[in-house]
Design a protein around this ligand. Structure first.
Ligand code: FBP
Length: 262
């Protein structure tokens, strides 16, 4: 972990990362109800909102679309990824180098580690290379820390999420992106386990405005540093409205109720 408060992907110690790697991770199914979002430019446009500190995409999307947005959006290049077509133990192919991410204009890199998978050893070894290459460029490293695999039946239980944030700290991540463990108290423990490293919550499938913002409020109350979110923003009819509310809950530490009233 290095100090990253001056990084462009951090605003007042917090981050709101807009993720749009779902076409790889889940396939086109996530766009069925919002077919216009199949055009990545529409989501880059959403990422120009002041609340968003970075947009996380895969290499192909960055190559094709980031040049039109590089003045208004910070790029978080996701270095590995897997499709839902893969039926084996959780694993993620490294499909981009840190050198190329830097060439594309990335302000940070992202990497998934599935702790507990039968592929954990190789994934951590791959992370070592990505992490040390990123240090050469002073690029913060965001770890999608998602323990899962045949031995782990519940990937959001409190002890698993605390382990996920600690594992990220131990391996050198600058930000850990973890699933919500179900309560503010459990999230607070995951934050404690991360020491001074930043922890952000992973968004999850789309829920109501109130349910989503209340969870984000709990996460901020727990001492976490924000959110890395996809579907709960760009699957909405009006992404700007939810980003306005997220800006209040994350950076101004308002309640979900207050943010929705505005
Ligand atoms: P969401 O907010 O839509 O859940 O996106 C966050 C994210 O980490 C994406 O970067 C990724 O595509 C997806 O979740 C992976 O989720 P999972 O592996 O749980 O299906």
């Amino acid at each position: 972990m290095i100090p990253i408060d001056d990084s462009p992907i951090v605003r007042d110690g917090k981050s709101l990362i807009l993720a749009m790697d779902h076409g790889l991770e889940h396939g086109p199914v996530d766009f069925e109800e919002v077919p216009e979002k199949l055009d990545p430019a529409t989501v880059f446009e959403t990422a120009t909102h002041d609340a968003v500190t970075a947009m996380a995409v895969q290499k192909g999307i960055a190559e094709g679309y980031y040049p039109s947005f590089e003045d208004d959006v910070e790029l978080l290049l996701k270095i590995n990824g897997t499709s839902n077509l893969w039926m084996g133990e959780p694993d993620s192919a490294v499909n981009c180098s840190v050198d190329y991410a830097a060439e594309l204009g990335a302000s940070a890199v992202g990497f998934t580690v599935y702790g507990g998978s039968n592929h954990e050893i190789e994934m951590v070894e791959e992370f070592r290379d990505v992490h040390e290459d990123a240090r050469e460029y002073d690029l913060p490293v965001v770890m999608w820390s998602y323990p899962r695999g045949q031995g782990l039946k519940n990937d959001t239980k409190p002890s698993t999420i605390s382990y996920a944030s600690r594992l990220a700290l131990e391996l050198g991540a600058d930000i850990a992106k973890v699933k919500y463990p179900g309560s503010k108290e459990a999230m607070a423990h995951a934050v404690d386990c991360a020491g001074d490293m930043k922890v952000v919550m992973s968004g999850g499938s789309k829920t109501s405005d109130y349910e989503f913002l209340s969870t984000v409020e709990a996460v901020i109350d727990a001492g976490a540093n924000g959110l890395a979110v996809g579907r709960n923003v760009w699957q909405r009819e009006n992404p700007t409205r939810i980003l306005d509310a997220l800006e209040k809950v994350i950076y101004e530490e308002e309640t979900a109720d207050a943010a929705l009233e505005a």
